[in-house]
Design a protein around this ligand. Structure first.
Ligand code: ADP
Length: 455
């Protein structure tokens, strides 16, 4: 999102800066604009180098504090979550505030997820008397409510949060300190990444314990669909796929399918329906349901290709499916961007049976690639797939899931109807511009409503 939304806002005329940690994986040149910015988090002091990179009219500021960010993983390594994650991301918030005071003067801070959840709190509580920020507003985007940044209560002191704020109407979440909750309470506006998910997180089923809090903030909570980057995801000029095609001329999709079958070690039978899964192998993604459906899919005469990595037991289950059905199931364990493009181009259908899905990207890519999505009707899947472009099921059950796949397989047998369906999906447009305009509206309304609260 931070690779695309800021550029889309800049194209609409906004002045945008992005603050991110200089993780080890950031390979951009070091254009150091500030050698030693002091960053204070509670009793901890750091010195940050600030590197600036300008891309697509957006100033990216990378906060270089090697002791915090120059590590093998982003949030964890083989030993588990880093024990100082709360300090690492509190430092990011403080660095963003420092940049906003001295280098780049935003009228709105847009904080993403628990990692930036402390920013609205720091701004309103720790910088309460600083006139620089009297008119500055904050927007929090929740990308996935399942990740809340909850820490032991002792973290309060580490982060320089006043103990008086540790109560259920403040940063306390069932005895722990929640950085996402801090964002929800102190931000002037809250967004999440699809309209349906914005409604769902206000219910106990999807609320991860925060549904009541979110209901109480319903008037400042908006759902805005993520866009996708069609310069990367377009079968007309995708650099990773063996042949290019479009809604006007679908003929080369068959060549993509043949190449994929060969690469996957499956029989070169392009008449057989090919169903794909590309996903983190995780509970959220419904991969247990996908795995349960695979033998049934094979029994219906279809083939399956999967790409994903994640939970060890799910990786083992998928490997077992490939071993049991070597002529029909190809399983790739790992993360492989190029292969994910070749699968999108080569498959006929794409399965996303998520338990919950804040927005989801692959179903949107699938639409553009003429790869008909079969999805559970939740979150962004509900908002992006309709009866004309894909197949949906509601209940999280084997019967409902295979029922939708069955409908898709029946439809596939009528080539003219199927091609119509593909074309309708390919015509859908989920580019960032429309979403960026909605964010602009949220920034404006945050400024208005906050003005009423703070003055
Ligand atoms: P989430 O962020 O919950 O994992 P999304 O659908 O929003 O799900 O985004 C996931 C992105 O990661 C998609 O672009 C998908 O193609 C990609 N992806 C997931 N797993 C893999 C993988 N094993 N290899 C390549 N790309 C993957």
């Amino acid at each position: 999102m931070l690779g695309s939304l800021p550029a889309a806002l800049a194209r609409l005329g906004d002045t945008v800066g992005v603050v991110a940690p200089r993780y080890r994986g950031v390979l951009l040149p070091r254009e150091r604009i500030w050698d030693a910015m002091p960053v204070h988090v509670g009793p901890h002091s750091f010195t940050a180098g600030i590197d600036q990179v300008v891309r697509h009219g957006v100033r990216y500021f990378f906060v270089d504090i090697p002791a915090l960010y120059d590590r093998a993983g982003l949030y964890y390594d083989a030993g588990g979550d880093y024990g100082d994650n709360h300090i690492r991301f509190a430092a990011l918030c403080q660095a963003a505030i420092g940049i906003a005071r001295h280098i780049f003067h935003p009228s709105v801070f847009h904080a993403h997820d628990w990692q930036a959840g402390l920013l609205p709190l720091y701004l309103r509580e720790n910088f309460r008397g600083d006139p620089t920020f009297f008119k500055t507003r904050t927007v929090l985007t929740i990308h996935n409510l399942g990740y809340q940044g909850n820490f032991p209560a002792g973290a309060l002191r580490d982060l320089g949060i006043h103990p008086a704020l540790f109560h259920p109407e403040g940063v306390e979440f069932y005895g722990r300190l929640s950085l996402l909750k801090a964002g929800i309470i102190w931000a002037d506006a809250i967004t999440t990444v699809s309209p349906t998910y914005a409604r769902e997180i206000q219910t106990p089923e999807f609320g991860f314990g925060m549904d009541g809090l979110l209901r109480s903030r319903a008037d400042k909570l908006t759902g805005i669909l993520n866009g996708v980057d069609y310069s990367e995801w377009n079968p007309e000029h995708d650099r990773y796929i063996p042949a290019h095609y479009s809604a006007r001329d679908l003929s080369c999709k068959r060549a993509c399918k043949l190449a994929l079958l060969q690469e996957a070690g499956l029989p070169a039978d392009t008449g057989k329906p090919l169903l794909a899964v590309i996903s983190r192998l995780a509970y959220q993604k419904g991969m247990d349901l996908a795995a349960a459906a695979v033998p049934w899919i094979v029994s219906q005469g279809a083939a399956v290709v999967t790409l994903g990595s994640g939970e060890g037991h799910l990786e083992a289950v998928f490997r077992g499916l490939e071993a049991a059905h070597p002529q029909s199931v190809a399983v790739n364990i790992g993360y492989d961007e190029a292969l994910s493009h070749r699968i999108e181009a080569g498959a006929d259908m794409f399965l996303m049976p998520s338990r919950y899905e804040p927005c989801g990207l692959n179903q949107i890519y699938s639409l553009r690639y003429g790869t008909v999505p079969v999805v559970r009707a939740t979150g962004g899947l509900e908002d992006t797939v309709d009866e004309e472009t894909g197949f949906k099921f509601r209940d999280y059950t084997f019967e409902a899931c295979t029922g939708a796949i069955s409908a898709a397989l029946s439809a596939y047998r009528n080539p003219a109807d199927w091609a119509e369906r593909m074309k309708k999906g390919m015509a859908k447009d989920f580019s960032w511009e429309a979403s960026a305009r909605q964010y602009q509206a949220v920034y404006r309304s945050a400024s208005r409503s906050a003005a009423e609260h703070h003055f």
